[in-house]
Design a protein around this ligand. Sequence first.
Ligand code: SPV
Ligand code: MG
Length: 577
Amino acid sequence: MTLLNNTLPEQRRGKLKALLEKGHTVRVLEAHNGLSGIIANNIQVKGESEGKPLIREFDALWESSLTDSASKGHPDIEVVTFDSRLQSINEILAVTNKPMIVDGDTGGDANAFEYTVSKLERAGVSAVIIEDKVFPKRNSLEPGVQQNLEDPEVFAQKIRRGKSVQKSDEFMIIARLESLIAGKPMEDAVNRAIIYLRAGVDGIMIHSKSKSADEIFEFAQHYKDICKQLNLNKTLVCVPTTYNQTTEDELSAAGFRIIIHANHLLRSAYKAMMETAKTILRNQRSFEADPLCSTVREIFKTVGFLDVKEKDQENEQTTNVPVIIPAAGEDPVFKETLYGKPKAMLEISGKTLLEHQIQTLNNGNLADITVIAGYGRDQIKAEGVSILENPDFKNGSMLNSLFIGKEKMRNGFIMLYSDILMEDAIIKELMGRQEDIILVADNSTQYHEPQEGNILDFIICKHQSKPARREIRFASENVVAKIGSKINPETASHEFIGLARFSKTGAEQLIETYNDVVKNYKGQFQESKDISRLNFTDLIQEMIDRGFVVNFMEIHKGWLEIHNAEHIALAEKSFSA
Ligand code: SPV
Ligand code: MG
């Protein structure tokens, strides 16, 4: 179901009358279920008229008894109950916003018709057309079928009863003349029209199964006279199924204000389905039937599945993306300052490093935060985070700690090193990215003097070129070719800041590679001396080597890593600013 055409009954019901009052000739197309309803409602052709662009579309929907019954595999003889029809009607209403005209068949007896009017009006239908035959009617198009006409006075009473129960003055009851279908003379149709108009109908439909439009044109002439005589201006309706060489313009010129193309979506779907089914049988596979079929994606698009996908992705991007902060290691530099506390508890401008990180993440709508603790585990205190423990933090690496949070990874996650501070804008930009694996990388690395004892994660990007002033870079080029701390800083294009995002797919790829490496390799691996000391960047390099695409989001400054006292001073300075 598409939500694009969402509307309310009271917003829709009056649309048909409004079109007619504006003098429009209303072009109507049949719909028999939700999907055909969406097509009839939304389809447009574009062209040009006298040098101006022109868009043509249908103005309203016809809920046909013939096609609703046929789509349920039934003949059009009022054997499909009104409640079943109402289900189709509601199905179509739910996905459309144009006015609907319902084919009410005979309407049953006057009591039944009152309920029909009440239910249709309540649902937002704009008009019902009832035909002056005896219940249960037979479809009008098949030659040689017995057509029993209702007594015109009985039918007129049904119209009065219907008009008496409607609540709004927007809803229309239209009487359908079956005289010509039943082989009666024109005079019978004209007399009946007068009786029904006097009973208060809002319009008259003249039906015909003739190949030529002559008889309905003749009726239209009489109709003008009747309306003049009765001093009424009531809508005239036709259904040009058999006389379909006659154009809408010709019908409009003859006085018809509603023109109903009554069964064409069902008939064309039937033909295509037959052809497709036979083609598959003949070829014993569906390949040859492909040209007869629309793509799955087109259907997905029409019924709103692609919108759902997009919203899911947006949701995934903005809410509930778990963040894992591996913070288990002991920091040799701050040993003295911290008195046994982990580095995440380092105070900067009155808040701990971890509290600063939580603040930034919360500002970016990220509230599912897991800290992996190890050294000084009991000293970690922060509100609004879960804490998991890596008991073996002394022997592993930061990567082992990260994988303690494996349960949080499955649907996509963010990894954040425990010792970096950054501006809110970086997280916000990261949340807007669509790639499966994305590392945040600073491009100011080339201007940095390497600092003694500072281990930095360098990146060489795939399409490296010396940064030029007037260079155009495309997002798709932001692919990591190499990552690691042993890369010569001179050749590096970027520095990985310790912030990465994995989509569900990206997380699956990461977990799969990790499991394989840990299980099947020993000894030295990528930049690590031993597999047990495997780093995050080693695993990423392994993924690149295996052909997974690792993207980076380029930033220029706006972040700090806290590796020594100088960094703390720098951070405090920027907080005070
Ligand atoms: C329908 O579409 O169900 C109609 C029109 O009533 S016709 O089939 O021509 O009778
Ligand atoms: Mg019908």
